[in-house]
Design a binder for this molecule. Sequence first.
Ligand SMILES: *Cc1c(COP(=O)(O)O)cnc(C)c1O
Length: 392
Amino acid sequence: MRFEQAQRVKNLPPYLFARIERLIEEKKAAGIDIISLGIGDPDQPTPDHIIEELIKEARNPANHQYPSSVGMLSYRQTVANWYAGRFGVQLDPKTEVVTLIGSKEGIAHISWCYLNPGDTVLVPDPGYPVYAGGAILAGAEPYYMPLKAERGYLPDLATIPTEVARRAKMMFINYPNNPTGAVASESFFAEVVAFAREFNVLVCHDAAYSEVAFDGYRPPSFLQVPGAREVGIEFSSVSKPFNMTGWRIGWAAGCAEVIEALGRLKSNLDSGQFQAIQYAAMAGLNGPREVIDRVNALYRERRDILVDGLNSLGWKLEKPKATFYVWAPVPAGHTSESFTELVLEKAGVVITPGTGYGANGAGYFRMSLTVDTARLKEAVERIKKNLGPVRF
Ligand SMILES: *Cc1c(COP(=O)(O)O)cnc(C)c1O
């Protein structure tokens, strides 16, 4: 049998980490200990009070039936309260918040609400692969906005050709940024709002890392900028701040007509998230801020061990203000792929090639801080002993 795949599936980009995953498997099969700085997934457990809430609510039969596809009003109210407390942004939970099965779900599905085949969507490069993936599934064509070190990894909106800007229906942005660790100010968001107004573009801001920040830095919300709510929405979730990536619960908030469209699409695709999980997420959002501060202190300590350790060997790493990623250029004479393979081969340490996040990631690599300090020290030691000379 041979089943002809739909064009939208054929159009999906190949999985760029396939080669490195094969190499990792080979090493492991050979009994070599591998330290992975590859995956961006919190290693710490979900806080106890959240787990306790799940257990309690899982026992309540009222939660065993189909939930609402847009989420419980009490969950959406909790998200609205959290926005008011954290950002000073007032949201109407009935019309300006929709519950998602993780923010990734909404990021992929928003393209189905607004993009027809052949439409143009502005996507950051390097970037989280789901922006382009969702758009390609909808038949649309991504126009990649390069994120360059010299501009602090903010897209240069002035260089987007006018005919592309006119044609574009949506724009994705993401700050604090994966994979670069870059942050954006409110004044950049204000520029985005002005651009969106001028060209009638729907802005989708991915704020997955808004709570993962260090050294007193507090990332702003896109929605706190005047006019943002008329031109866009913001995606976020409890995944990164509360170590809950496996739980699959998030939200989109902002422009009411967009939230309505996403909710209507979802009512045709899924039946929402298990209510006990919604209660657990509420326990996180209503609970003590210390759980976030504690995990951020841990990432900061790890960041300093890794960055200071490798810089003492002559690497040129910068300390990110937010996210749990360190993003840096590869040494002279290397590509993203050759350097990634060298570090794996010689030191048994997995880092990810920048090209996995787009063509403009070429010449860069990413390291994740989601492994404990002892393993990070060991990674630095192994690189020191075994990597051989590299020149940054
Ligand atoms: C982790 C991540 C997400 C999605 O997380 P969910 O678990 O689906 O909420 C979204 N955007 C970026 C950039 C991420 O790194």
